[in-house]
Structures are given as C-alpha cells and as structure tokens.
Design a protein around this ligand. Structure first.
Ligand SMILES: C[S@@+](CC[C@H](N)C(=O)[O-])C[C@H]1O[C@@H](n2cnc3c(N)ncnc32)[C@H](O)[C@@H]1O
Length: 295
C-alpha cells in the first residue's frame, strides 16, 4: 500500500534517500501524449525531437533535472514515477463541456495542482488563463511548473498557496461560492476517510451553489477497500472502490444538505502509470475516475 505523507516524512527525516522509494523511475523512454503536444506547441520545445519520437538524451536529462527539483519538494509517486505526464483533464468525458464553460467566463480550480500540467492543457485548448485558479500546499511546485512549461511571461493563472483544511486560507477567502468546476487529480486519496470528507466539503463550499457545478478528477482506487467503519485500523490514505466512493458522497450529501450525481468508473493504469501496481503490494489497484455534478 502506498504510504501516507507523514510516514514518508518520518522515513526521510531518518535519512532515507527519496530515490529509494519504490515508485522512483530514473528516466522515461518517451513523453506520452498529450503532454508531448503541449511541450511541442505550447512550450515551444523544438518539434523535431518530440515528433520523431527520438529520445534526445539532453532533453530527457533536462526533464529529469526539473523533475528532481519537484521530487525533492516532496517525493510524491506522481512526480517520482512521471505520472504527472498523464494528463487527467483532457481524458474526462465532460472535457468539451469544461472547455466551453471556461471559455464563456466560468472559473475552474485545480486543487492540489502541484506543477500545474493540467492548466497548461486548458490554456493550450483556448481557455483564458485568467479563468483558471490553482492551489497547492507548496509554492515550490508552482515555480517548477513555470520552468518546465517555459511560460513565466505568458501564463496568467491565479496560483494560491493554501491548505485545503484551513478555513481561513486565501482559497476560502477568494473563491468560496465562485468556481463552477473543480479538478482534483491524485488528491483525495492522500488522506484518511474523515479528512477526505472534510476536503470534499471544502470543495462543495468553493463551488457555486447551483445545479451544474462540477467536480472532476481521478485518483488511485483499489478492490476490497478497508471497512470505513473500522476506525481503529483506518488507513492513513483511504483508497476507494466505486462503492465506498459513492458511500462517501452519500455522507457528504447528508452532512451538507446538498445533492450530487456521482458518476465514477475504473480504468487500468497505462503508459507512464503502468508501474503503479508495483508499489501497491498485495492490492489490486486501478485508476478511479469521477464526474460529480451538483443537482
Ligand atoms: C499526489 S500530488 C498530485 C498533483 C497533481 N494534481 C497531479 O495529478 O499530478 C498531490 C498534491 O496535493 C498537494 N497537497 C497535499 N496536501 C494538501 C493540502 N492539505 N492542501 C492542499 N494541497 C495539498 C501536494 O503538495 C501535491 O502537490
């Protein structure tokens, strides 16, 4: 089972090299789509290297150097295994709707955005960057994202450093009731059940209180998840199957007095994600995708 953040912090404080964590991959064979297109057309990285599917050693090294910086901020599997190149937003079945709404002036928040790869896809697909908000606990990730996508001078997204659990944060002050769409990729699964409920309730209050507000995203799921009622053995990072995810939303509905249509489904780990199983020993894991719409 992947380790909770505090366990990893404790191992690192005892001197463990983050490269020894099981999800660390020293390099990558090719840049997957659509990240490759974003780098080619948005970041203007010379196209011949990308188009010809040639692994230019220097270029890959540049990527690794950038990634090393991100990995040293905190060694998340999504950084250590290059999973941040698996863009989540464009694979959503509601992506066309998301684009149309954002182009019409509605606002999106990418919560726990890390280096912000999803934002670049949205801007590349024509969304005015002013309509995009992104938040994370760690500002360093924002800076690494600017370097990686070479858009210091051009990107006008609104980055907010905030802890999702802080009710007095800039995020809460600026965006409560203001965003129409929240994207949460590899985010809720970082927390135990009760904290996931708290984080989702925060998302509920950030979203505009009207039908059609959307939460989209993906996270690690697993078969045979722990019993949510077994508080004594509650895992530090709860992984859902489709039933427990739905059950969590029923709890959110009861506790917030709101109603949501919860669509979720399983997908296999592929591409940069294909090594995902190896650090989830003895657990059948899958990618849990979701679209949750306010009724
Ligand atoms: C596993 S990464 C996922 C990053 C990105 N969404 C992706 O899919 O590549 C989780 C992100 O959540 C951020 N995070 C962790 N705890 C948080 C909290 N309490 N509030 C806000 N962000 C948090 C981390 O700093 C990290 O960037």
């Amino acid at each position: 089972m992947a380790k909770a953040e505090n366990e990893i912090q404790s191992m690192l404080s005892k001197g463990m090299d983050p490269k020894e964590l099981p999800w660390y991959e020293p390099t990558i064979d090719e840049i997957p789509e659509p990240a490759k297109t974003i780098l080619e057309n948005y970041s203007k990285i010379p196209s011949d290297r990308v188009l010809q599917h040639v692994v230019d050693v220097i270029d890959v090294l540049k990527w690794v150097i950038q990634r090393e910086r991100a990995y040293s901020v905190f060694p998340y599997p999504c950084i250590g295994s290059f999973r941040f190149l698996d863009l989540s937003i464009p694979q959503s079945p509601v992506y066309a709707e998301v684009l149309q709404r954002l182009k019409s002036g509605e606002k999106l928040l990418d919560v726990g955005c890390a280096i912000g790869q999803e934002l670049r896809q949205l801007v590349y697909d024509g969304v005015p960057s002013e309509n995009i908000y992104a938040s994370d606990l760690r500002r360093d990730f924002f800076d690494i994202g600017y370097d990686l996508f070479a858009d210091h001078e051009t990107l006008n997204c609104n980055f907010i450093v905030a802890d999702i659990f802080d009710s007095d944060s800039e995020l809460v002050k600026k965006l409560t009731g203001k965003v129409s769409i929240v994207n949460a990729a590899s985010f809720f699964h970082l927390f135990p059940w009760d904290k996931q409920v708290e984080a989702i309730k925060r998302v509920v209050t950030l979203l505009r209180p009207e039908p059609g507000s959307l939460l989209i995203g993906r996270q690690a799921g697993r078969t045979d998840p722990e019993d949510p009622d077994d508080k004594e053995n509650a895992p530090g990072n709860y992984r859902h199957d489709l039933a427990t995810w739905k059950r969590m939303w029923e709890q959110v509905e009861r506790e917030t007095g709101t109603r949501w249509q919860v669509d979720s489904w399983r997908e296999d780990w592929q591409g940069v994600d294909k090594g995902f199983d190896k650090y989830h020993a003895n657990v059948e894991s899958f990618k849990l995708r979701f679209v949750v719409r306010k009724l």
